[in-house]
Design a protein around this ligand. Structure first.
Ligand SMILES: [Zn+2]
Length: 848
């Protein structure tokens, strides 16, 4: 205690004496240069600055480039929109050109001699009539982003230094966080360098201001240099556009979401409602107003105008334009003529695509494209009104190139790598064109002999892709159920399908339509918007629709061509969806038949592969790529069939809606059995992967430098086959699938768990376990047995139901009995012993 007092007084003494010294110094200075009493004004503070007038007035120092901001009294406590997008970035840091990062509401508040920038929480609604609304700030947080000292206050105007607002990550987080469990060798950005980070451009307009800031992250040494897209990982630049936007002043009325139609939404909870479902979610849509409100169909006062960026390859411009304008057909049913307008950005244009006032169809050819098409929009978080949108298209997805690294990944599940971190909440990345590239390459193989058809295929693909991405910018999310529109027969019927959309919506990820009989081929993709698309636009855009008319419109959701289910429900992942009709890479209302047709088409093409890719003077890389693409198609078809086992048809119709079925109806036993038989024959049977052996000697990559470092270059045929089989098995043995089979017995499922598991065991063992087992089947049998033992023993065991574990024990014992024979060649006998050892160990270890 004593020591502390002593220390404190010493410190005070020190502080005092240095203050004294300062005073003395100052006095001395004053003597030399007598101070002229000059009042600081805004004008004096911004001397030598450029004045940038617009929504807010900014001043930029012509010598140092530093920025000052002027805020007027009337601008205080008003709501503004903040929006950001990546101007340019690197995928390693989850940022890439054109990535939208969501929009927020902010206010500027005055606190004594400071201005505060506050991000406002817009997730909750309080009825202003309800006294509870007085409590509306309770237990929720607005965020104080920044406080800046007022340098000058003059005639209701405040001048502040604005560098910190933009040179730091004030508005949004740009550098990704380090994730728990992240590999120590993972790519990392250095620290934000204050000396290298610069505001590169300021564009000021009456309604918005855009800042382009180049953030530089520096470090003196790196372990992981990232991809070749990064010149030197010690200094990595990420350029971000920050836009401050005035609140739109119009009579826009929010439209509330409905679960039967798929729009992106702005989610709001109604905190003063007593309803069980207290959602006040607004759909995101453009503000379209009829020029002639009385007319049934009128042009809008302001159409949605798209600009084809001047970077667009010339040969694609017409298809792109057609793809955008196709949506006008849907808008006409909602009462608007020429709602969409397309223009081409002149080569001499002064503006660039980062300018939020322009909706631009953009092109890039990136080293590591994160997607092939991406249609983000940004909105007013208060109302859901879409204010701007862009579409990014990747050139590589319209070439014949498969990424080198992808030639190693053979599983149908190895989708494009998604940027997994985005501070905006509406990162609706669209992976459609990645799938479309595979579809196109596959389609090209099928039509290779018919040269004119290749152009048709590519144009249809572009048209559908554009319609899909434009659909996103109109507010529509995916509809992965819409591929149920037609039967395989109808899709294969040239006369019937000509001129029609192949799916209810272009917002699906359907597979390419290919007929086994090439003479019957019609459309490969949809070339017009589908019936669901028209209906969804009617829901979102019909102006001033009455409640009665809205109910009538929504009551149509039970019509088969208006089926809807989005990514949240789709069955790509076994842990998510339950309705096998909601899926990607599928087509037709009989996905099992269509999948079997696809596999047979693949197997036919596989036979002629060597001949087809016989190009003297060329390497064999294209042949290897072709093998890989065909294998993926096969795997995809197997996956689609597997989803019927334990599947439940979901109907989101409201109670009493005409045509509605029960919300949950289990897939019939006969359909589940048909899927099981299809999987058994085409994915598991000893001859399921009977590719002619003479192709394997040729599956060679073209050498490039030392780029085989990922491993030996030989085509790993067994691994390829097994990965396709494992995709199927991992769904069939998923804890949700097994539990659902038992659960759904209570409401109509008659394909019981015991029967299914017995069928599965038979499909995997019965054909050959008593004799020779070929090497593909050995792999399948071992892998399957291991998966069973893991249900008993591994970490994931706790997530399995008791019923599932009982059947696993039952099946392991059955396999043990089946494998108790010593027939077959040496490897087959060794394999059977291996199986039995696996089972014995698992049973010994199992404690229940
Ligand atoms: Zn999409």
């Amino acid at each position: 205690m004593r020591l502390n007092v002593l220390l404190l007084s010493t410190l005070c003494l020190f502080a005092f004496s240095s203050l004294e010294a300062q005073k003395k110094k100052k006095k001395k200075g004053e003597e030399e240069k007598p101070k002229t009493e000059e009042k600081t004004t805004i004008a004096s503070k911004v001397k030598g600055h450029d004045k940038l007038e617009g929504l807010f007035t900014f001043y930029r120092d012509t010598t140092s480039g530093s920025i000052m901001m002027e805020v007027s009294k009337e601008q205080l406590d008003k709501e503004y929109i903040y929006f950001s997008q990546i101007a340019d970035g690197v995928l390693e840091a989850y940022s890439f050109r054109g990535a939208y990062r969501g929009s927020d509401i902010f206010k500027i508040r005055k606190f004594y001699n400071e201005l505060e920038f506050v991000k406002v929480n817009t997730s909750f609604y309080y009825d202003p009539e309800n006294p509870l609304s007085r409590s509306q700030e309770a237990n929720m947080s607005n965020s104080l982003l920044a406080s800046e000292k007022i340098e000058v206050e003059e005639n209701g105007k405040y001048l502040i230094k604005a560098d910190n607002l933009f040179l730091k990550e004030t508005w949004s987080q740009i550098k990704p966080p380090s994730f728990p469990g992240q590999s120590p060798t993972a790519f990392k950005l250095g620290s934000l360098s204050s000396e290298k980070t610069k505001v590169r451009a300021i564009r000021n307009y009456p309604q918005n201001i855009d800042f382009k800031v180049e953030y530089v992250y520096s470090t003196s040494s790196v372990l992981n240099g990232g991809s070749n897209a990064i010149a030197d990982a010690r200094n990595v630049s990420i350029s971000v556009f920050h836009s401050l936007v005035a609140m739109p002043e119009n009579d826009y009325k929010p439209r509330f979401d409905d679960p039967r139609v798929g729009y992106f939404t702005t989610q709001v909870d109604d905190q003063t409602s007593k309803e069980a479902v207290a959602y006040r979610d607004m759909i995101n849509r453009w503000h379209l107003v009829k020029k002639d409100p009385e007319a049934a169909v009128s042009e809008p006062i302001e159409p949605i105008t798209w600009w084809i960026e001047n970077t667009t390859p010339l040969e694609w411009r017409e298809s792109i334009k057609q793809g955008v304008l196709e949506w006008n057909k849907a808008f006409e049913k909602a009462g608007f003529k020429n709602a969409m307008v397309v223009k081409v950005q002149p080569d001499t244009a002064e503006w660039d695509a980062g300018d939020i006032r322009y909706n631009v169809l953009r092109w890039t050819s990136s080293p590591n494209p994160p997607f092939g098409g991406y249609g983000p929009s940004f909105k007013n978080p208060r109302t859901g009104q879409i204010i701007g949108a862009d579409i990014m298209l990747e050139f590589v997805h319209h070439t014949n190139r498969v990424r080198y690294s992808k030639l190693y990944s053979l599983s149908a599940n190895s989708d494009e790598e998604l940027p997994a971190w985005n501070p905006g909440d509406e990162a609706n990345y669209c992976m459609y064109s990645g799938l479309m590239l595979e579809n196109n390459l596959f389609g090209q193989m099928a039509v290779a002999a018919e040269t004119d058809e290749l152009d048709v295929l590519q144009n249809e693909a572009m048209l559908e892709l554009i319609m899909h991405e434009v659909g996103h910018t109109l507010g529509l999310n995916h509809n992965m159920k819409s591929s149920q529109l037609y039967s395989p027969e109808q899709l294969y019927n040239k006369e019937f399908i000509q001129g029609k959309a192949l799916t209810g919506s272009v917002m699906d990820y359907a597979t390419i339509n290919l007929t086994k009989d090439r003479s019957k081929q019609s459309h490969y993709y949809s070339t017009v918007v589908g019936p669901y698309d028209v209906w969804a636009i009617q829901f979102g855009y019909t102006p001033d629709i009455s409640d009665v008319d809205m109910d009538k419109l929504l009551a149509r959701s039970t019509e088969p061509e208006l089926m809807f289910g989005n990514d949240a429900d789709d069955m790509r992942s076994s842990s998510r969806g339950i309705d096998p009709r909601i899926n990607t890479g599928d087509l037709s209302n009989d996905q099992i038949t269509y999948s079997i047709d696809r596999i047979e088409l693949v197997d036919n093409l596989m036979k002629d592969l060597r001949e087809k890719y016989n190009d003297p003077g060329e390497s064999y890389q294209e042949l290897r790529q072709a093998y890989y693409i065909l294998s993926r198609q096969r795997a995809q078809a197997g996956e689609v069939m597997s989803r019927f086992i334990g599947g439940i048809y979901v109907d989101r119709a409201m109670q009493g809606q005409p045509g509605a079925t029960k919300p949950y109806t289990p897939v019939s036993e006969s359909e589940q059995k048909r899927a099981m038989n299809g999987i058994s024959k085409y994915m598991f049977a000893p001859n399921a992967f009977n590719t002619s052996n003479d192709i394997y000697n040729y599956l060679a990559l073209q050498r490039r430098g030392y780029n085989f470092y990922r491993g030996p270059e030989d085509p790993k045929i067994h691994e390829s086959v097994l990965s396709a089989q494992k995709d199927v098995l991992s769904h069939l043995l998923h804890e949700n699938t097994l539990q659902r089979l038992v659960d759904s017995e209570l409401y109509g499922n008659s394909y019981q768990l015991g029967e299914f598991m017995t069928d599965l065991n038979s499909a995997i063992f019965d054909a050959d376990i008593s004799g020779n087992v070929n090497t593909f089947r050995q792999n399948l049998q071992i892998e399957y047995t291991k998966m069973l033992t893991e249900i008993l023993l591994k970490d994931k065991s706790s997530s399995y139901s008791n019923h599932a574990k009982s059947m696993v024990l039952y099946n392991l014992n059955a396999i043990d009995r089946k494998a108790t024979n010593s027939s077959g060649n040496t490897l087959s006998r060794a394999h059977k012993s291996h199986l039995r050892a696996l089972i014995k160990n698992a049973l010994d270890e199992y404690k229940g």
